[in-house]
Ligand binder design. Structure first.
Ligand code: ADP
Ligand code: MG
Length: 341
């Protein structure tokens, strides 16, 4: 299974209060796929907290116990892309049959289904088919099912069928254990006070924690220095998070079009279909609020329109945000993606 990454195992997944339920449910599922009430198993939590690691570990553990099982790991994003491709190539049946033949499906980041109604429909059918045949479904998401915006109610209700288990930010002790395990695996020794210092400084995500450590090691190697507490202190100061990256209009356009499954060229065209107009207006609104581009240039970028069209688009979007809850959720969701990218 090329989609499974062998490096993510239960062995190197550190257990803590923050992930205890998710980990033990995952382990139960791995020893009896489809045979527990945790179906689907939904693992949710913030960015960089170990959802992908745990989901992959479940897949790898199943293959270790039951090598004949067909296990597929797929990100929701990739699944959506495959669906669009299969529409284009007239291979929807193959696409559906492939997934329905699996014993275990692991789908990562299902919040990315938001706004993609046709892909959700297809997944709804695949889900039902697998669930009815007692095949195991494992999902990850950045929010619990009840807070997922832009997903169809019937799909959400199924996501709630099994067990939803959250992953929280690890406490200091667990963060230190994660760093130690990683150092040990990489064959690197570091003084305890350095590990404690780093774990204390970075307290929002495991991914950032690892990133800080990697950057510290790299800089020490480059400068040919031993790492002690003083060096760690001076170097971590430079580990600034790059949160003020410039956002481009190209990027906004791509994000919005992906979100609504609209071809990118359409936004710049004269087409007046509802979903195209909506994507175009939201793109203009985001460009106005998240770039320093003038209204004139925004209009020019989105198909040679003038600045009054941009003003009208922004006004329309603002009105809809006020009056239409679903629309508001879409825009907020896209804005969040814009900021975390
Ligand atoms: P998410 O999918 O929630 O964004 P990831 O699974 O990609 O997060 O985890 C980010 C990094 O942190 C990965 O390198 C992963 O191996 C590591 N990590 C997260 N949680 C743990 C844990 N409990 N034990 C060991 N490593 C962890
Ligand atoms: Mg992930």
């Amino acid at each position: 299974d090329p989609q499974l990454n062998q490096h993510y195992t239960f062995d190197n997944f550190i257990e803590g209060e923050c992930n205890r339920l998710a980990r033990s449910a995952g382990f139960a599922v791995a020893s009896k796929p489809g045979g527990t009430s945790f179906n689907p198993l939904m693992i949710y939590g913030g960015v960089g907290l170990g959802k992908t690691h745990l989901a992959q570990a479940i897949g790898n553990e199943i293959k270790r116990n039951l090598p004949d099982k067909l296990v597929i790991y797929v990100s929701c994003e990739k699944f959506c892309q495959q669906f669009v491709d299969s529409l284009k190539n007239n291979t929807i049946n193959d696409f559906v049959n492939f997934y329905q033949a699996m014993d275990v499906i692991i789908m990562d980041d299902v919040h990315n289904f938001a706004g993609k109604e046709r892909t959700q429909d297809i997944f709804f059918h695949i889900f039902n088919h697998l669930h009815q045949s007692s095949k195991q479904i494992i999902l990850t998401s950045d929010k619990p099912p009840k807070d997922l915006a832009g997903l169809e109610e019937r799909l959400l209700s199924r996501f709630k069928w099994g067990l939803s288990a959250d992953m929280q930010v690890p406490d200091l002790e667990t963060r230190m254990a994660i760093l130690k395990k990683k150092m040990y695996t990489d064959g690197i020794e570091l003084p305890d006070n350095v590990i404690e210092y780093v774990a204390n400084q970075i307290d929002n995500s495991v991914r950032e924690l690892e990133g800080a450590m990697v950057s510290l090691l790299a800089q020490a190697t480059l400068n040919k220095k031993e790492i002690d507490l003083n060096l760690a202190k001076s170097m971590l100061k430079n580990f600034i998070r790059n949160t003020h990256k410039e956002i481009s209009m190209d990027y906004i356009q791509k994000l919005v079009c992906d979100y609504f499954e609209v071809p990118v060229e359409m936004v710049k065209s004269k087409v007046r279909k509802r979903e195209i107009v909506q994507a175009r207006q939201i793109s203009m609104y985001l460009a106005k609020n998240h770039t320093k581009t003038s209204l004139k240039s925004i209009g020019a970028f989105f198909g040679g329109r003038d600045h009054s069209t941009v003003i009208y688009a922004c006004q329309t979007v603002e009105d809809l945000i006020e009056t239409d809850k679903k629309f508001k959720a879409y825009v907020q969701d896209i804005q969040k993606k814009l900021k975390t990218s």
